[in-house]
Design a protein around this ligand. Sequence first.
Ligand code: PLP
Length: 409
Amino acid sequence: MTIANELNDGAEGITRTRGGEGVPEGARGGQRPPFADLEANLKLLSAEGRRRSLERLGGSDFASNDYLGLAQSIELREATADAVNRQVPVGAGGSRLLRGNHAEHEALEESASSYFGAESALYFANGFAANMTLFATAPQRGDLVVYDEWIHASVHDGLARTRAERAVARHNDAQAIDDAIVGWRERGGVGRVWIAVESLYGMDGDGPDLAELDALASRRGAVLVIDEAHATGVFGPGGRGRAAFLEGRENVVTVHTCGKALGTAGALVCGPRVLKEFLVNRGRAFIFSTAPSPLVAAVTRAAIDLCERSDSRREELRRRVDCATRALSLYCGLKGSGSHVVPIVVGEDGAAVELAAGLRARGFDVRAIRPPTVPVGTARLRVALTLNVTESAVESLFQALGAELAARR
Ligand SMILES: Cc1ncc(COP(=O)(O)O)c(C=O)c1O
């Protein structure tokens, strides 16, 4: 098989050969190694400059999502020690529907629903599983899900299993969402409509006008699902997120991941109690999976409490953002995103990788983000601002970026 005659399905990692569809590699006489097709797929990624590999962390942190620096905080270390002393188990030992439902899961869900202002909360082991389960399970046959074109991969993977109809809308374009709904109704769609957006896009640092989407959802009788992954802890009163003013509405569902600003792991799906009950009864990844660690649930409850008291941390992060905006303009002649996620769009994959390597060689941990994570032709550096770096490190990073960009012109 040559690279040139492969048809590549990209993210799924499946390679088919022209004229050979449907014939498993291993079934062709047993001469080829069992994973020859996977090897060829990886070579294709290398040829396209898109092959990834795992790297140890090193250098100043401009790559993590630990926005408030809580992951390594003394407070969360102490909360962990306290939970260990209280003999909270590390492992749940089973699905929550069997013997895995621990008091710590319920305590976390209780404090999360009251903190975020939702009727109920359901804890998942991570945000990917939460979105996958939510979108695979809740929209029903006859419904329509309209989603932003840049929505996270976990929503796409959930939607791959849905029986509902789907429509994609241009990024941050409420009118495009409205047009999709109106068009679907005109074509005879009668079911429920779901609108799926992120409140802050993790690769772009921008977000939709949530008040406008709320008005749209009310006008069209739609359910609004807002993934707060990159906003939880950072925005809203007490860090409740950009959608805090919408929580508790009967047509609003939010997803708050815990592995980013909260500094732990997991995700909370917040919304009406009936939705929680439905996911508990019908969500396959909830039912057929070991419950998240009770120990992590206990520490996450402490993280929510800490987050609520972290206005000074949020203020400090705001100062890092202001510093980044000034330095980006001064040293690179570029505009910031206005948030703690700063994309530097380079365009070509190889150029983004080289630029990131140049910065890493200077001691700044900055990563290149390439398709399929971002659209083709928009490979970029994703600079994430956290309290793990000082303001002067932020300034130095953009000074170094200016020098790297100048050297490449
Ligand atoms: C918008 C968004 N949603 C969900 C997730 C998944 O969350 P987790 O990392 O907890 O699996 C991510 C992770 O990057 C994300 O950016």
